[in-house]
Each structure stands twice: as C-alpha cells, then as structure tokens.
Design a protein around this ligand. Structure first.
Ligand SMILES: Cc1ncc(COP(=O)(O)O)c(C=O)c1O
Length: 471
C-alpha cells in the first residue's frame, strides 16, 4: 500500500490531469507534448516527454508564482519551517543568489576555503571581496572539514565590515559545522549566515544528531534536493528567514535562473518533498539502522570506514591501497561511486531502508574489487589540502596584467586562474591566491596520474597564468 501523504503532490497531479486530456499544443517546447518524436527515442523517455510542459495559465509561473507552484512552495516552507523556493538550476544558482541578496559589489564576505566552485564563481562575477576561512583538518585522515566559530570571530576582528558569512555544511564527506553556536554569535552582529547545504536536504528529522542549518539559526540555506532526495538532477531549493532581503533575493533568482524552468524538475521537487514528508519515525529509524548495518558489515569485512555527522555519507579509507584504482575495479563490476582519491573512496547511500540481502551482496562485491587493488606508491600524495593561514584575504584579479609562465616560475606569484579537481569541485588553486611550491608539486602529480581537472588547456602542459605585480 502506498504511504499516506500529508501534503500530496498536487503539482504532479495537475500535470497528470493535463497530460490525460490530450490537449493540442500550439506552444513550446518543440516536442509538442511528446508528439514530435520517432521510433529511435527510447519508449520510457517518450512516456515522460508530455510532462515537460510550460507556463500555461493553469500551470503557474516559477518566477511569479500564484497558483500550483506557490502552493507547492508553501508545503515546502511548512516542512522546513522557513520561506522556501524551488530552484531549477541546482544549488549553484542558490549560492549565487544568496550572495547577491546579501553582499554588494566591493563589499567583504567571509568564506570557507573548501567551498564549491559555484561560490567562488559567484564571488568573482559579483565583484565581492572574500576573506578566506580555513576549515579544520581532520586528524588521521587529513580531510578538510568545517569552520569553527573561533575562526569566524578572528576573521571578523582582523577584517571587519563583512556583510555575510558563507559556510558549507555538511561537507562532501558529511561533516557538519556547529551552526547553532555560529548563528548565536553572528545574530547580534547582524551578519547573515548563509549555508551551502547542497548535501543536506534530507537532514530534517528532530532526532538526528545534527539537523539542517535552517533549523539551527542560519539566515539562508541552499540544498540540492537532487543529491540526497529522489529528485531529478538540477532540482534544488532555498530556505530563508526574515533577515534576508526578499526583494533582492527574488531579483537574483529570476535573473540567474532560466526563463524556461523545467516542469519535469519541478514535478520531481514536489515528489521529493512529499517523499521526505511521508517518512515516519519508524521509517527513519529503519533507514538509519540499515545504514549502520552496512557500515558495520564493511568494518567486519576489514575496511576502515569514516562516517561523518550525516549518516548517508560513507568514506572507505583505502590506505595503503590506491583508492583511484579501487574505484576502477568497482566500476568494472557494476558499482559506481561518488568520488575516489588516492587513499579513499566516498559512497553516497540512498535515503531508504537497505535490505539485508542488498547489504550482503554489496559487501561481497566491494570485497572482491578490493582484492585486486595495488598498494600506494611511495611518492603519491595523499589527502592534500592547500596549506593557508587560518584567515587570509584573496587578491582581486581584475584589469591586471597577466603573464603565462611555466609551473616552476609561478611559485610565489598570484594566480590569475583557478584549478579545480573534479569531483569534488573545490578549487586547489584559487584565482587571486599565492601559488606555493606544494601546490605546484601536487598539481604536477595529478596531471601525471590523469586526475580529472577543470582548468585551462595550458595547465595540462604545466603552464599557468599569473598576475604581473608591479612595484
Ligand atoms: C558543496 C556543494 N555546493 C554546491 C554544489 C552545486 O550543486 P548543484 O550541482 O546542485 O548546482 C555542489 C555540487 O557538487 C557541492 O558539492
């Protein structure tokens, strides 16, 4: 029997009704309710196409919602006890919009160094002045985690006048900041706390050890529903409180998002909200138990495992075996994982109860893949994270003379470009940051190992653009 739903997905139901009526489409999109197709299109895809609709009078308008979209957003707001809006361009557009709504061109913003590239791109294009906050590095694993209240306090004292604090919590690895303490510190200073919670849309249950930042005093929170809930890729949402200027936020959202929001993505957002709402205490408990069971069985099978504050993120610490090669063996037997590095692999678990048989089967396969993995070579770098001061200022790189130099000549100069290992999409070298010997050493190694980098072509032949500093 289907679970009963508090706020059923009215949005999806209206779309269904529309499709059932076999209406004539004299409007975009060009597949005209899925009628402009041929037999080469897979049948499952053809079935979905009629739901890909547009802003007809009874289907509302994301950018000026007053009908079924407004209704669905109200259900979402109720679930997260905040003001909530759908995003169809991922958390990326949410990060851009939170920053645009709170910080003006030329103003300071305090930003976690291990932020996603969407945050750095927004800062660059919006012309903001970032003060970098170095996260705590986890002992033993060397994984960069979260920023403490003390670091934020020091940053505000050393570089006063910033207009917002921008944090990432949970991180890719499921570590979460003490948002309650940080928000209680920032609130009297009237500095809004913005949280990139791309990986935390599911963290709503009151019994979780750490919940979404929106329940802990954050001013605005962005979540990729598509990352941890059953929503289509790009489906995300933003929650915000009274200290966010709604007019500026709405202006940013309608400027940065597509004017043709996908009804498929929006329908999946309404479904994801309804799914989350339907999880009873018993189901939450069964999900968490099954995840804990999986972790325990991994440990019993001899793996060293890290689970962050978020129980759905499981990191297998593969040292002394090579995690990159481990992931290739996993892929060859049909197991695709979220991220691999030299000495670890990261698994994202589904937000559902995992059956005992599934766990047994998965562990068997993971063990099998692991037996073929070679030992890490001595000269391979493990878990590098840029060594920076706890707090530092990023140089603004606009209208400056730029020169392309060989890697070894760049050491000590300020980079004029960003280099991003992907995943996780956290820059290794940031535009405006000083280049160090260590950064170049690691970068060289990644290039030789063929690690996927988002960077200019010339970086692959060991050249980089730097600022010509004139004294
Ligand atoms: C921490 C973090 N923030 C933001 C994003 C961007 O999210 P989206 O892909 O939904 O735009 C990602 C994507 O990986 C991420 O990991």
């Amino acid at each position: 029997m289907a679970p009963s739903r508090k706020n059923p997905f009215t949005f999806l139901e209206v779309l269904e009704q529309h499709v059932r009526e076999h209406r004539v489409s004299f409007h975009v999109p060009g597949h005209h309710n899925g009628t402009v197709i041929d037999e080469t299109l897979p049948s499952a895809f053809a079935k979905v196409m009629p739901y890909d609709l547009t802003e007809l009078a009874h289907l509302d308008d994301l950018h000026d919602a007053s009908g079924i979209i407004e209704q669905a957003e109200q259900s979402l707001s109720a679930l997260y006890a905040s003001n909530s809006k759908w995003l169809v361009n991922g958390s990326t557009v949410g990060n851009w919009s939170m920053l645009a709504a709170t910080v003006k061109r030329g103003e300071r913003v305090y930003v976690q160094r291990n932020s996603h590239k969407s945050v750095w791109n927004a800062i660059e294009w919006l012309g903001l002045k970032p003060i970098l906050l170095t996260p705590t590095i986890e002992r033993g694993t060397g994984i960069p985690t979260v920023v403490t209240q003390k670091t934020i306090e020091q940053a505000i004292q050393s570089y006063p006048g910033g207009k917002a604090v921008m944090l990432t919590s949970p991180t890719y690895y499921g570590d979460m900041a003490d948002i309650r303490t940080i928000s209680e510190y920032l609130s009297p200073l009237e500095i809004p706390l913005l949280v990139d919670e791309a990986h935390g849309a599911h963290l709503i249950h009151p019994q979780l050890p750490r919940r979404s930042a929106i329940f802990e005093g954050a001013s605005a929170v962005v979540q990729s529903a598509h990352k941890t809930l059953p929503a289509l890729t790009m489906g995300a949402w933003i929650h915000y409180k009274e200290d966010i200027n709604e007019t500026r936020l709405n202006h940013a959202l309608s400027s940065f998002q597509t004017s043709s929001p996908s009804y498929l993505i929006m329908a999946s957002l309404d479904y994801a909200r309804s799914y989350l709402e339907s999880l009873t205490d018993e189901v939450w408990s069964a999900i968490q138990k099954s995840h804990a069971h999986f972790v325990l069985d991994l440990k019993r099978a001899g793996f060293v495992v890290k689970v962050g504050d978020d129980f759905t993120k499981v990191t297998i610490l593969t040292y002394p075996k090579n995690g990159l090669i481990f992931s290739q063996h996993l892929a060859s037997i049909g197991i695709d994982i979220e991220l691999a590095a030299v000495d670890h692999v990261l698994l994202c678990l589904p937000l559902r109860e995992i059956k005992k048989q599934e766990i047994e089967h998965w562990i068997k396969l993971i063990k099998k893949a692991s037996t073929h993995v070679p030992i890490i070579e001595d000269d391979e770098t493990i878990f590098p994270f840029p060594q920076t001061e706890p707090i530092s200022e990023l140089c603004t790189v606009t209208d400056m003379r730029v020169q392309r130099v060989l890697f070894e000549q760049s050491i000590g100069s300020i980079s004029a470009e960003t280099v991003i290992p992907y995943p996780p999409g956290i820059p290794w070298i940031l535009k405006g940051e000083r280049i160090t010997k260590e950064k170049i050493r690691v970068l060289r190694e990644w290039i030789s190992l063929g690690r996927k980098l988002q960077a200019s072509k010339h970086v692959m032949i060991e050249q980089i653009d730097v600022i010509v500093e004139e004294f």
